[in-house]
Design a protein around this ligand. Structure first.
Ligand code: KG4
Ligand code: ZN
Length: 347
């Protein structure tokens, strides 16, 4: 029998997109292992994630990745209290690999199964080390597939209050990087190029969608970059090939500045609306230093000032630590799934 001072070890599994990940986290915050097998090289030549290739790679990697996470953590199945898996949202044929693995282990090991929403897990990664979190909080989750604002009352009480009506912020970074012929994945490439550029060089549009809207739209700015490089009628040559490094850097910096302006402005609106004491930041785009700095400046500028909790950079992009960490709260609340659990594209 488990003694009361024993810790709750949760095995987390994540396969929603192009990262096969497993982690063991104790008591929601003690990271015992984190293993991530990235598929970046497989998708690089296509300039984006190809679902079938992602799914096949997950199948190859899932058990080695889980075995490594268990070994690094120095635990056996007897030490595991529950198996948690991100089952939504994401690419269904990618999610199904993690869900099947988690259901199999839950059944074979006779351990409870916990279903995790991938976006809520990104939000949790901003709360990994926080002991006295002041609530309510506004959470900005910016990834390759989503741009979402949540009203957060506790790790399990999350209400979606804004989201993108077209492209996600990360998707816009990736597409603009392709236009500028910068390497995949686009976000880090744009950030790198932007470091040498002038963010005021080009006045790209900031789509605010009306004075009260908490939704986002990034397709206009992506098109504006395309027109800037190809001309309004799209009939001209792609000027990118003949542009200097400085011109590319200026476009990257101006694009990044416009996206960040929108993200900060909408976060500010949401924070004012719900009287947020804390701003949480997570998702792949949260690794962007200029975004982190801009949100920090916003938090410092308000009276009273707000606290920014940004996910540690290594836990911004997809990982399983965030899955296992959030699962701890569900474990404590007795919120378990059963073997009928299915992957879901939306959520
Ligand atoms: O959260 P994530 O790993 O996967 C999804 O759930 O989508 O996010 C991946 C996204 C990609 O679009 C990538 O270009 C973007 O995050 N990203 C960045 C940076 N690092 C990753 N975007 C801007 N700046 C970065 N430094
Ligand atoms: Zn993600």
């Amino acid at each position: 029998m488990r003694s009361t001072d024993e810790c709750i070890n949760i095995l987390g599994i994540e396969t929603s997109c192009d990262e096969t990940a497993a982690a063991v986290v104790a008591d929601g915050g003690v990271i015992k292992s984190s293993v991530v097998a990235s598929q970046t090289q497989l998708h690089e030549k296509y300039g984006g994630v190809v679902p079938e290739i992602a799914s096949r790679a997950h199948i190859e990697k899932i058990y080695p990745v889980i075995a490594e996470a268990m070994e690094q953590a120095g635990v056996t199945k007897e030490d595991i209290s529950a198996v948690a898996v991100a089952n939504q949202p994401g690419l269904t044929i990618a999610l199904v690999v993690g869900v099947t693995a988690a259901k199999t282990l839950s059944f074979a090991w006779e351990k409870p199964l916990i279903a995790i929403n991938h976006l809520h897990a990104h939000l949790q990664s901003a709360m990994l080390s926080e002991v006295d979190l002041e609530l309510p909080a506004v959470a900005l989750i910016v990834s390759g597939g989503h741009t979402s604002l949540f009203d957060c009352r506790s790790p399990l009480e999350l209400t979606l209050i804004g989201s993108t009506i077209d492209d996600a912020a990360g998707e816009a970074f990736d597409k603009v990087a392709t236009i500028l012929r910068l390497p995949y994945p686009g976000g880090p490439s744009i950030e790198k190029a932007a470091k040498n550029g002038n963010p005021k060089a080009i006045d790209f549009p900031r789509s605010m969608l009306g004075p009260d809207s908490l939704d986002f739209s990034f397709s206009g700015i992506k098109t504006a970059v395309l027109y800037h490089c190809r001309g309004q009628d799209m009939k001209g040559d792609n000027k990118v090939d003949s542009m200097s490094e400085q011109e590319i850097a200026d476009i990257a910096a101006s694009f990044q500045a416009a996206v960040i302006d929108v993200l900060v402005n909408k976060t500010q609106r949401a924070a004012d609306k719900i009287g947020a004491k804390t701003i949480l930041l997570g998702g792949g785009v949260a690794a962007n230093s200029t975004l982190r700095q801009a949100l920090q400046e916003f938090c410092d500028s308000t009276t009273p000032s707000r606290k920014l909790l940004a996910a540690p950079k290594q836990y911004c992009t997809d990982n399983a630590v965030m899955v296992a960490s959030l699962a701890y709260h569900k474990f404590k609340a007795g919120l378990f799934a059963d073997l009928t659990l299915e992957p879901k594209a939306t959520g």
